[in-house]
Design a protein around this ligand. Structure first.
Ligand code: BMA
Length: 322
């Protein structure tokens, strides 16, 4: 266990972690991780979990709980399966869903990674009830992943945060669309830093952006490549509400990373990877649901107010990435 001494703890692990594992599944599953999350109108927490089978392919499965911690009711069969006959980009599975409820559509929009021999790309699907789905197909061609839609239009357009991969670096971008199908106006949102930083070379959106009075709060992952492999940790940044490509603040240090044995050890050790959150009835408590070591699902809670306070005290300005 890495000591945390001296650093403020912004996200607190739940004592029941991991809250979901493959052993909980009603059908054969190798691992369950990286869940999208939402709160349904009746207060139920719904996790859309990535389930990997023993072929190595993933599909998505819904788990519902009244308190978001235990008593999970898991769909008896996969909820959203790859459909490679119709969507060849899903040949090797669908992964890492991020859920955004869009009031004007009255629907949840799920952004997920569609994986095939062409590489990972971003696909969208719409649902009202997480039982039937309307697919939009691939909206960002490979290699691209880590995408989530904003809940409201920006200057009349939908906005999608995503993470294309380029030789020059792997950064977070934002793109705009009038209809969820045709995308343009691409803007660099959050570049990876360089050199010795914890988030050098590769960053990506983790859960969907969180609307706060001070701006869009982004929890992002930074990938540190070491001689022993990669370490996936989380950092924070804030963006202007009316112009989400404009970064207002960026934390200089990571705020959450692998420490416990279920985060350190698993199929891919040293990974903490949230794809979803819910906000408590107090409007302040973030329940962050994350995949641990690409093997199981865990929960950590934090306070929006505390997170914004930490960011305000952080000395790093967004433009300084060297
Ligand atoms: C990323 C994604 C995640 C995964 C992580 C660690 O690139 O593919 O699904 O959790 O790697 O393996």
């Amino acid at each position: 266990m890495t000591p945390n001494s001296g650093y403020q703890t912004l996200f607190h692990r739940h004592e029941k972690n991991p809250i979901l594992t493959a052993d909980d599944w009603p059908y054969p599953a190798h691992t369950v991780f990286n869940p999208g999350a939402t709160r349904l109108p009746d207060g139920t927490t719904l996790l859309l979990c990535r389930v990997e089978d023993r072929r190595g392919h993933s599909h998505l499965c819904a788990a519902r709980s009244a308190n978001g911690v235990d008593g999970w009711v898991i769909d008896e069969e996969p909820t959203l399966k790859p459909e490679p006959a119709k969507y060849p980009e899903e040949l090797w599975g669908i992964e890492d869903p991020r859920i955004t409820f869009v009031e004007e559509l009255g629907k949840h929009v799920i952004a997920y990674t569609a994986f095939s021999e062409e590489g990972p790309g971003v696909a969208l699907a719409l649902t009202e009830d997480f039982r039937s789905f309307q697919r939009c197909g691939l909206v960002m061609q490979p290699d691209d992943k880590d995408a989530a839609l904003l809940p409201t239009r920006i200057d009349g357009n939908f906005a999608l945060v995503h993470r294309p991969m380029h030789d020059s670096g792997t950064h977070v971008w934002i793109s705009f669309s009038p209809d969820l199908q045709n995308w343009g106006g691409h803007k660099l949102m959050l570049p990876a830093r360089k050199g010795g930083w914890w988030d050098a070379n590769k960053v990506g959106l983790s859960p969907p952006l969180i609307a706060t009075p001070e701006g869009w709060l982004m929890i992002y992952h930074g990938v540190r490549h070491t001689a022993a492999g990669a370490i996936y940790r989380l950092g924070l940044a804030l963006f202007a509400l009316d112009k989400p490509q404009v970064c207002l603040a960026r934390g200089d240090s990571w705020v959450f990373g692998p420490e416990t044995s279920y985060e350190r050890h698993g199929d891919v050790g040293n990974v903490t990877f949230p794809c979803g959150y819910t906000v408590g009835a107090d409007g302040d408590t973030i329940h962050l649901y994350y995949g641990a070591a690409d093997t199981c699902i865990a929960l950590a809670t934090g306070s929006v107010r505390e997170v914004l306070g930490w960011l305000a005290r952080s000395e790093e300005v967004c433009s300084s990435t060297d």
